[in-house]
Design a binder for this molecule. Sequence first.
Ligand code: NAD
Length: 338
Amino acid sequence: MTFDVAVLIGRFQPFHQGHLHLVGTALERADRLLILLGSHRCAPDTRNPWSSQEREQMIRAALPDSLQERIEFIPLRDHLYSDNLWLAEVQQKVTSATEEGDRVLLVGHRKDRSSYYLELFPQWEREDVPIRGDIHSTAIREAFFSGQPEEIWAADLPPAVQAQLAAYRKTGRYCWLAEEAAYIRTYRQIWSVAPYPPTFVTTDAVVVQSGHVLVVKRRVRPGQGLIALPGGYLHQDEKVVDGMLRELREETGLKVPKPVLEGSIAGSHVFDAPGRSARARVITHAFLIQLKAGPLPAVRGADDAEKAFWMPLADIYAHEDNFFEDHVQIIQHFISRF
Ligand code: NAD
C-alpha cells in the first residue's frame, strides 16, 4: 500500500465488472477507498436510473465482507453549469473524509471525452486503470430497459448486482423507465433520417413571486409525472420571448396581463449542457419573471401540463429528484442571482 486513501468518482449505473476491477485496483494501492457517487439526486431517467442509496447497495453487495470497512460512499451532486462548483464540492468532501498529510490517489479510466474531469485534480496522484473488457454501462442499460433477456444485460455484472436488477425489473419504477426508454428510442429513430443531427430550441419560464416558483406536473413523455418549468419547443414563426410567454399561458393559465409579464422579466439565460436532454441536443432559453409581492395568482394545468402550482422555494430541494432534466439547476441559477 503506497497511499492512505484512494478516490473513485463515477455514476455506476449500474455497477459492472469493469467498475469492480477499478475498486480492486484502488484497494491494492490504498488503505481506504472513497467512492464518490456522482449525479446524486438528479432527475430520474434512463441514464441515471438508480439513486445513490441503490447504487451503494449494489456496490456493497458485489464486494466481500472483508473489504466493507475500507470503503466509504460519498454522494456528489452535479453542477451542470459550473465545473468549479463541482470541483469545490469534490475537494471539500474529500478533505472532510481524510486527515491532513494523507497521500491521496485518484483512480479511474480515461474512456472518452466525458472522462475529462480526471485531469482536474493536480493535487492528487492519478492512476489510469486500463479498460476491463468491452463493458459499457450504456449498453447494459439499453439492453435492460428494452426488455432484452437476462443473459444479454447481465453478462458483465457481478452476480449480486444481477440479482438486484432482476428484482428491480418487477417494480413500477422499472416499467416507468422502460416506457421512457421506448419513447426516447422512437424519438431518436424519427430524427435519425434528418441530413444532420437536429438541435432543438425550447423556452422555459421561471416565474417567481413571494418566495414561490410556478411549476407544472408533466402530462406527457419524456418525464411524464415529473415536476418541470412551464415551457416547450419554440415555434418557427415566433421570437424566443413570445414562445416563452405562449407556453407559460398554455400550460399554467396564469392570468397576468402580457405587458406586466414582459415588464417583470428580470433576467434570461441560455442553458446548453450537451447532455441536458435524453431526446436530442436541446438548447433552452430561460427567463426569470419576478412578479410583485402579493397573493399568488390562480393557476391551472392545461395542454402538456397535468397540473400547475406554486412551489415554495425551500421545497425545490426536497423534491430535487422529481424534477425534469436540468430544471432545478435553471431555477437555482436565477434565484442565486436575483
Ligand atoms: P461511470 O460510472 O461511467 O465511470 C466510472 C469510472 O469507471 C470511470 O473512470 C470510467 O472510465 C470507468 N470505467 C467505465 N467502464 C470501465 C471498464 N469497462 N473498465 C474499467 N473502467 C471503466 O461514471 P462517470 O460518468 O465517468 O462519472 C463521472 C461523474 O462525475 C458523473 O456523475 C458526472 O456527472 C460527474 N461530473 C460532474 C461535473 C459537473 O457537475 N460539473 C463535471 C464532471 C463530472
